[in-house]
Design a protein around this ligand. Structure first.
Ligand code: SAH
Length: 365
């Protein structure tokens, strides 16, 4: 059989791995064994899977493979943030970022090559869009990062949390993001708890309801504005799903468990959305949803018309929210010396929307 026809086993969560083994006339427990080898032990060679019979190993070599993207670039920032540029089979490149903190290690993964949403303050949006990632391309980011980082002296994994806050809108790639998240949660694979996997969305309302049914992980919502007028401008998706509908979906999402809260992300743009009046409007808006707020100082990128809010404005904004009883933190800017900060991920993509060309010609004219 030629290489291209081989099944990449990274594409399967445990359920679909069982289907794969059923399809070749083997037992479902093989799925658990192979998932463990691949994801727990990081093995990518069938010969090393010693609890499989020699015949099965030979068979798998014939029809299947464990194919990871290539690490094109591996950079470490002065603050320890690390970024991998991964080259996919079709030549597109995506970025994955590791953010070490005192009490945890967070991996920020991408879900699409580029993004269709075109939020005005985001570098990924300016790059245009090529396609959604496959399950194997999503889970490979965790596999590659785990492999590079190794384990701590106690033998524990360095990556304790995953956030879908890299390139792309994860809820517009629901079919592939969900199996990848199931692998992250699977005790035979990565064993992360639901609290430690966070999906961030710009607010694809119907898919938020489906996520709650299919795989209720922690949810972050990129709000960025306290009213529709401003949000329509910053997050064009708001024209389709306005704030009232978005917050309705957030409330429904919190019904999963009495303790669940939505994290609202709010990028701080000088003179645009960072006034005390915006903070008051936001506080009022969020009264009806169990929430916490993450203020993100804007990270500039070439050709942006926005500036980062001053520390004083951010502090003032935060004070208003805290006084209103909202848990509010200001996100530390990490890894900006290697362009790994929020909104700076651009990968290297073959844009099919030609948005980049359009934007460049607008700038030049
Ligand atoms: N599409 C998803 C996930 C990717 S964005 C979403 O919109 O949530 C991850 C976070 O980074 C979002 O909150 C996004 O709004 C924020 N972000 C984007 N560009 C930024 C920038 N230039 N500076 C700071 N944060 C940014």
């Amino acid at each position: 059989m030629s290489d291209t026809a081989k099944t990449n086993l990274l594409n399967h969560d445990r359920r679909s791995m069982q289907d794969f083994f059923a399809g070749i006339g083997d037992q479902p427990f093989r799925a658990t064994q192979v998932v463990k080898w691949i994801h727990q032990y990081g093995v990518d060679n069938f010969d090393d899977m010693t609890n499989l019979s020699k015949e099965l190993r030979a068979r798998l070599r014939d029809i299947a493979e464990i194919r990871l993207p290539e690490v094109e670039l591996d950079q470490v920032a002065t603050d320890g943030t690390r970024k991998w540029l991964l080259r996919l089979m079709d030549g597109n490149c995506i970025e994955t970022v590791f953010i070490p903190e005192e009490d945890r290690g967070t991996l920020c993964v991408s879900s699409q090559v580029g993004c269709t949403l075109n939020c005005t303050f985001c570098a990924t949006g300016h790059q245009g869009f090529n396609r959604s990632l496959t399950v194997d391309e999503i889970i490979s980011q965790l596999l590659v990062a785990n492999r590079s980082l190794g384990r701590d002296p106690k033998g524990e994994r360095i990556i304790t949390n995953v956030v879908f806050m890299g390139m792309g809108e994860p809820l517009l790639n629901f079919e592939n993001v969900v199996p990848a998240m199931r692998l992250m949660l699977d005790d035979h694979a990565y064993g992360l708890s639901r609290r430690r996997v966070t999906l961030s969305t710009a607010g694809v309302v119907p898919m938020m309801d489906r996520l709650r049914e299919a795989c209720p992980v922690s949810l972050a919502v990129s709000l960025h504005a306290p009213n529709d007028l401003l949000r329509n401008e910053l997050v064009p998706l708001n024209r389709k799903y306005p704030i009232r509908e978005l917050l309705g979906a957030c409330r429904r999402y919190c019904d999963i468990s009495p303790r669940s809260r939505i994290t609202f992300e709010y990028v701080m743009l000088a003179g645009i959305n960072d006034g005390v009046e915006h903070a008051q409007e936001l506080a009022e808006l969020l009264m009806t949803v169990p929430s916490k707020v993450n203020l993100i100082p804007f990270n500039p990128f070439p050709q942006t018309r926005y500036r980062r809010s001053s520390n004083e404005s951010i502090d003032r904004f935060r004070e208003v929210l805290i006084k209103a009883g909202l848990t509010t933190i200001t996100r530390k800017t990490r890894g900006d010396d290697i362009d790994a900060a929020c909104g700076q991920l651009a990968g290297r993509i073959q844009d099919r929307t030609r948005r980049r060309v359009r934007i460049m010609s607008q700038i030049q004219s």
